[in-house]
Design a protein around this ligand. Structure first.
Ligand SMILES: Nc1ncnc2c1ncn2[C@@H]1O[C@H](COP(=O)(O)OP(=O)(O)OP(=O)(O)O)[C@@H](O)[C@H]1O
Ligand SMILES: [Mg+2]
Length: 260
């Protein structure tokens, strides 16, 4: 489907556009005036105080909750219209997202294919094995989630989020509960999925290491002001953000070790 905007303009449409979105529950507004574009293939981070509305924004971007106002567009087409046209092209890893414990990893990845009637039944096992191979779990398809480490479970959940060949991936704090080394490996995996498959990634995180190592750009949602206060490259915002809160957040680093 082509939009009017695409016909009139030769510059590529952003993969995702968030346009003057306000978010809230009942009468209380969590965030207002949220606007940004994400070009195809970018790793875009949503950052902010705890309770600022990061998960709420992510849920609104995938249509799980309605925005109080504003709209979200994918390739110039509104999310509502995309939903009417069939399964939208994105995978989601929720903040507390878990695998189905009574299924093997292969079954976990084939389940969305069955639900969405994706590929032929005969082709699904091979496709599921391919997804597991993408995340380094080629030999673990027969295992149940309970027998895996936390990092392996996260990787399997990533494979499931890509089960339908999605080209946009939404990740809500994927490193939560992982040790720092496993977190860095997960960052490397997300980076390799972007580089290898060209997928666009929207990542909620509070980890500076992830921000600096894989995020191309970030938005900072201020939980006190109830609006975004910074948008740009993490390393640049660390110096140039007008919000002191953002500069402080981005400046917190591990202490330097000096020789005695
Ligand atoms: N289902 C809900 N009903 C009512 N209020 C909610 C609901 N979900 C979240 N909230 C409130 O909305 C605000 C934003 O919540 P959200 O989970 O989006 O924050 P967050 O930035 O993701 O926080 P965290 O960093 O702790 O994950 C919070 O004040 C929260 O209490
Ligand atoms: Mg959250």
């Amino acid at each position: 489907m082509r939009s009017v905007c695409e016909d009139m303009n030769t510059t590529p449409l952003p993969r995702i556009r968030v346009e003057d979105v306000s978010l809230g529950y009942g009468s209380s507004l969590v965030q207002q005036g949220v606007s940004f574009d994400i070009p195809s293939g970018e790793i875009f981070a949503i950052v902010g105080d705890s309770g600022a509305g990061k998960s709420t924004l992510l849920k609104a971007m995938v249509g799980l909750i309605p925005a109080a106002s504003g709209r979200v567009l994918f390739d110039g087409v509104s999310l509502d219209e995309r939903m009417r046209d069939g399964a939208p092209p994105f995978g989601i890893l929720f903040q507390n997202g878990a695998l189905w414990s009574s299924m093997t990893l292969l079954e976990n990845i084939m389940a969305p294919m069955e639900l969405q009637d994706h590929a032929t039944p005969a082709a699904r096992p091979a496709l599921a094995r391919f997804k597991l191979a993408l995340v380094g779990l080629a030999d673990d398809g027969h295992r149940y989630p309970a027998s895996l480490s936390g990092g392996m479970r996260k990787r399997a959940a990533l494979a499931r989020a890509l089960a339908l060949d999605q080209s946009v991936l939404f990740l809500d704090e994927p490193s939560a509960g992982l040790d720092p080394l496993t977190s860095r490996r997960l960052d490397a995996l997300v980076l390799s999925l972007r580089d290898g498959l060209g997928i666009t990634v929207v990542l909620v995180t509070h980890e500076l290491a992830s921000l600096y190592s894989i995020a191309d750009r970030m938005i900072f949602l201020d939980g006190d002001a109830h609006r975004p206060v910074a948008l740009g490259r993490p390393a640049e915002l660390a110096h140039s953000a007008t919000s002191e809160k953002v500069r402080e957040f981005l400046a917190v680093r591990a202490p330097q070790v000096t020789a005695a």
